[in-house]
Structure formats: C-alpha cells, structure tokens
Design a protein around this ligand. Structure first.
Ligand code: SAH
Ligand code: SF4
Ligand code: F3S
Length: 467
C-alpha cells in the first residue's frame, strides 16, 4: 500500500496554514468554487478539496463568477462526462481574462489520462494546475507554488495511487455521509477507464476507517455510505469487507449503513449474511450486472455468468426477502447482437430490479473494447437504450405500487428538488420518498421518520408521516 507519510501530510498542513496567513492580509476572504462530475468517490474527493481550501482560508461560493479559486473535479467514465467537464472549464476563460489573479485547477479522472492532460495543458492555457486522482493531497503545495508565481503544474502520475489520511474534509451533508474504504480498481473490465484513472486497488487501514466513521456518527451522520470501486476487494489486517461492515454495525449510534459498489464476481455469501444479521445495514444491494448475455459478459471481462449472478440474487432474497436490488446496465457493447440484448431484457424481467442505471456504451481510449471491431451504430444503441428504459420503468412502477399502504422508515434529507412544497428522503431501500413540507415535518430534516406510503410513481414514493 502506498500510504502517504505523516511528514508529507504535515508539510501540506504547514503550507495550508501559510496560505491562510497570506489570505488573511486580503481585504475580503477569498472564495472557492468547486464543480464536481462523476461518481460518489469524486464527490468524496471534492469534500476533501473543499476541506483543504477552507483550511487555507477560502470561503465557499456557489457561482464561479464570485470565485478566487475554481476547481473542476472531472470524470472520464463516458465521453459525455468529459465533454461537459471540458465545456465548463472553457467557460472560465472569460473569468480569468477579467481577473488574472483567479486560480483555476482541473483535477480528477479526466486529467489523469495522458491525452487529456496534454489537451488541457495545450488548449486551456488559463488553467493553472492539473492534479491527478492519486495526488489530491498535494493540492495545497501545488496551489501555494502557483500563488507565489510558480509555473503551471501538471501533477497527474497516478498509476499506483496513494492513500492519504488526516486531511481536512468539509462534508456536503452532516446526515448523509460518504466514507471511502478503498481506492482504485484492478478488474480491467474491457470497456472501463477507471483502472487507468484511479490506479491500483488499495485499502485504507481498518483503524483509520473506524475512526472516521465514529467521527461522522458523533457529528450527526444518519446514513453512512462506504465507498470503493469494488468494496469486496477491501482487505486490512487480514479482515475482509464483511468483517468491516460487521464492525461498523456494532458501533453505537442511530444510523443506517450502505455501500457501493459490489462486483458480482466477489460479492460473498458472508457479506450477505452480515447484512441480513445487522439491523443497521440497509436492505439494499447495488450489484451491477452490465449485460444478461454470457458471451458479452465474457468479452467484458466480468468473470461471472448470468447463472452465478442469479444465484447471488436468490441467496440475497432468501436471507432478506424485502431487499431492494439495483444494477448498472450497458447497452450497445461492441458486437452485442439483438438476441444478446434481449437476454439482458430477460434478466430484467426475471430479476425485477427495483432500479437500474443504464448507460449507452461509450468507447474509452486505452480500453480493449474501444479497439474492438463491430462497434454498434449509434441509432441501434439508442433504440436499445429506449427499450431497456421502457421495460425497467414498467418494472420499477410495478414494484413501487406494491409498497402503497405500507410504512417505510425514511431518512428525511431536505426540501425536494422538484417542489418547494415537498420534503424528500430515502427509505431503507434507497427509494426516494416525498412528504408534504410543513413546519412540523421540516423539524424532522436530518432524522428518521416512519412514513405511510400513499402513492407510487416510477421514480418515487409519496407518503405522510405516521404520528
Ligand atoms: N466500479 C463500479 C462502477 C464504476 S463505473 C462497478 O464495477 O460496478 C459505473 C458504471 O458506469 C459501470 O457499472 C458501468 O455500467 C458504466 N460504465 C463504465 N464504463 C462505461 C463505458 N465505457 N460506457 C458506458 N458505460 C460505462
Ligand atoms: Fe470499471 Fe469494472 Fe473496475 Fe467497475 S470493476 S471500476 S466497471 S473496471
Ligand atoms: Fe468517473 Fe472516475 Fe468516478 S471516471 S465514475 S469519477 S471513478
């Protein structure tokens, strides 16, 4: 494991405090704007970047126009994510022209790829620094150097990656929190860029994770989501992920524990048993299937079959009959035939996922699948995508309707994004639940409440607080 030394971390703190002293001399405190793309792991990284920025005296701002420091934390999983990150970065050119003192940094998965790093370096000359995913802990050093007149910097060497402990974190929410347990990925699914952008698998030490979890519980966490690209690869002091889950569930506090993501080739019966035994474990499992075709799974290098996937699902349902299962599906993988796509549809019908995240296959440079012949034409991909969604929507609605009349324990998170007159929260199953917003219900934000479900839609449930 490549743990960053204490000396390195202490050095970053010294630099952070020196920058803070400099910033105190300004008339008004400087402000930092962060735009995050991608998965929860990236969101967790941004919380650390925000923590470091705050330690350096930067206040948070929610528009780039007000900012003295802008960070774009990018994703590379599909081309669309990269194009958005590039376009957002492009919009900051004008701001830099108006205010040459503005610092702009681009970090995350996109710039951890050689070709994108070179592209940003060349075509976005107003970007001051790039930081790769494994180097985020060096953000203070890199920023301080540039602030004091240093050259633009491109610190993106991340093939191995690192584990940095003890950096400051400012979390977006006190109640719903992310805790990374491992970083990187060794699986090299043939379509996926993550092993190239996040480096090799490495686990945090057990004691560091437990200390962080205790800390978030003390600060009011009600939902803790353990993060890793493949949490089942977690290992520390001879203990595996199921042991870690079990240990966290034994901690005092009224919280619910989730985790993502599990790879079907490694999800163990032991983990399922631990979930079934522990009340604090959400009865929810995200288990990306990707495809229902044995051949396609093989070419994807997923190392499981539709049959072994189904046997995991049956074991879960045997142990936890009400478990909500969600999945990721890719349509239009190179060479996917109509019959193979229909095998995916059959799996959807058979398993009846509560929810899926579906993606149109996007060729990623460096990955073997991008070089495969027989790429599927865009119109075929989108036609399959539409059929997949239509089927899943039917299934999701059917499953949600079954919940009407029942009661769910819901963590009330805040005001609904769609309507000011509603609050939103998540049930144990991770399903979105809306309740009417009143002064009484607002007082429940950040805590659990029993909600009687009165109405169901494809993507959400609606209900009322049980008195
Ligand atoms: N580590 C996690 C997921 C990481 S990426 C896992 O293995 O489950 C999240 C999802 O993005 C993947 O599950 C996959 O469905 C999708 N994805 C990854 N690469 C993709 C690509 N090149 N095109 C389309 N979707 C992709
Ligand atoms: Fe990508 Fe596969 Fe690793 Fe998930 S397990 S991050 S899909 S390579
Ligand atoms: Fe994107 Fe990197 Fe996450 S590629 S999905 S931000 S691991």
């Amino acid at each position: 494991m490549i743990k960053v030394t204490n000396e390195q971390i202490e050095k970053q703190y010294r630099i952070m405090h020196a920058v803070r002293e400099q910033n105190k001399k300004l008339d008004t405190p400087p402000k930092c704007f962060i735009r995050t793309f991608g998965c929860q792991q990236n969101e967790a990284d941004s919380e650390q970047l925000r923590g470091m920025a705050a330690e350096m005296g930067y206040l948070r701002c929610d528009t780039p126009e007000e900012a003295d420091l802008i960070l774009v934390n990018t994703c590379a999983v599909r081309e669309h994510a990269e194009l958005r990150a590039l376009s957002v970065t492009g919009q900051f050119k004008k701001l830099k022209e108006k205010n040459p003192a503005l610092m702009i940094g681009v970090c995350g998965c996109m710039v951890t790829q050689e070709h994108r790093m070179a592209q940003v370096k060349k075509s976005y000359p107003y970007v001051d620094f790039l930081i790769g995913t494994g180097m985020l802990y060096k953000f203070p050093e890199i920023l301080a150097d540039r602030l004091s007149g240093g050259r633009r910097s491109f610190t993106v060497d991340a093939a191995e990656g690192s584990v940095a402990e003890g950096l400051p974190i400012i979390r977006e929410s006190k109640a719903t929190t992310f805790v990374s347990v491992m970083y990187g990925c060794n699986n090299f699914c043939s379509y996926c860029v993550v092993p190239y952008t996040r480096g090799r698998e490495r686990s945090r030490e057990r004691a560091d994770i437990i200390a962080e979890v205790k800390n978030v519980i003390r600060n009011g966490a009600k939902e803790i989501t353990l993060l890793g690209q493949n949490v089942n690869s977690y290992s520390s002091e001879g203990r595996d992920f199921a042991d870690l889950v079990s240990e966290i569930c034994a901690l005092d506090g009224d919280f619910i524990l989730r985790f993502m993501t599990s790879h079907p080739k490694d999800a163990s019966k032991k983990l399922i048993d631990v979930m079934a035994e522990n009340k604090k474990c959400a009865k929810q499992f995200h288990l990306p299937l990707q495809s229902g075709s044995r051949r396609v799974l093989e070419v994807m290098n997923r190392k499981y079959t539709p049959e072994s996937y189904l046997s995991l699902v049956s074991y879960m349902r045997e142990k936890m009959p009400d478990i909500a299962i969600s999945s990721d599906i890719i349509v239009g993988f190179p060479g996917e035939t109509e019959e193979e796509f229909e095998e995916t549809l059959s799996m959807l019908r058979y398993v009846e996922f509560d929810m899926i995240f579906s993606f149109i296959y996007s060729p990623r440079p460096l990955t073997p699948a991008a070089a495969m012949e027989c790429q599927i034409p865009p119109e075929v991909k989108s036609e399959r995508f539409d059929r997949l969604l239509a089927l899943q929507n039917e299934i999701s609605l059917k499953k949600n309707l079954r919940l009407v009349g029942g009661t769910e324990r819901v963590l009330i998170e805040g005001v609904s994004k769609n309507s000011e007159s509603m609050l939103m929260g998540r049930a144990d199953s991770n399903k979105l639940v809306h309740i009417p917003r009143t002064t009484d219900t607002e007082a429940l934000i950040g805590s659990f409440a029993d909600v009687k479900i009165t109405k169901a839609e494809t993507f959400a449930l609606f209900g009322e607080i049980v008195k």
